[in-house]
Design a binder for this molecule. Sequence first.
Ligand code: AMP
Length: 316
Amino acid sequence: MRTLSGVQSSGQLHIGNYYGALRQFLELQNEGEALYFIANLHALTTVRDGELARKLTLECAAAFLALGLDPKKAVLFRQSDIAEVCELYWVLGTVVPNAHLDRAHSYKDKIAKGIAPNLGLYAYPVLMAVDILIYDSDVVPVGKDQKQHIEFARDWATMFNTTYKGEYFKLPNPSIQAATETVPGIDGEKMSKSRKNTIDLFGEEKAVIKAIKSIKTDSTLPEAPKPDGGPLHQLLKVMMPNADWETSWRAGGLGYGKYKDMLIEQYKATFDGPRKRYAELMADPAQIEVVLKDGAERARAISAPVVARVRKAVGL
Ligand code: AMP
């Protein structure tokens, strides 16, 4: 079984990325082959500063390593280091119907938020499909927001295979963890870099504590039972699924502030170690570069036969 997934280097990673995706990545590195990449080409749709883009790519790699990605087990690489991704993006794009891209949720959401439409955003699912298909991936662990993109990858792989009458692309399957498929942000909407509602993994401790303390709550009094479903309740379920906070939540007796303190303690217990390792890694970027170069070579060895197959099929 070959697992593959990626994370965009478009800003600070947050706990939505961790519980929705990265935690699964780390578990799956122990089962079969695992490839994880930093989606720095995708990030170009939002990061418009070369220096910053480079820094964010490095930070993203450091985050993977600090959280426990073992480069001896999993392949960690930069999306842009495999140049053929862009070639196959064009080739696959020639069989992609515009009607599919027109109904892409993530594109529609971005436009609804007021982001100016451009070809990069519109064709994003095509590049993502190639990211997956070029490595003959079997399983793609992701959060729920990416489900439609994996379905597109399957549809387009089938369309390509039918058009060129062969098994050029393998059909991938998503892996989505129901309990953490959509981690809410502090405002109750989906946690996302672009909404500025995040609890960051490697941000300043003060800012993290402030974010947790700002989780939106209602006016239920401390002594009253608390209602289910708000962002604080959901985050407690995501971060502390096995802890006994639920008894008092249902019975009443504690104010919301106490539950926020519990989350702060849990955040520290989970991420203090990775945060320390992250700082050490960022102090020596050369060692990160060594990992990424080695990862690119290993990824290229896997993509090369797929690229050769596709070139032969289309006559390049
Ligand atoms: P991105 O930052 O969009 O590249 O996302 C990286 C991974 O994190 C993807 O698999 C997303 O589905 C996942 N992800 C991002 N935000 C959330 C969230 N709020 N809840 C669950 N998963 C998320």
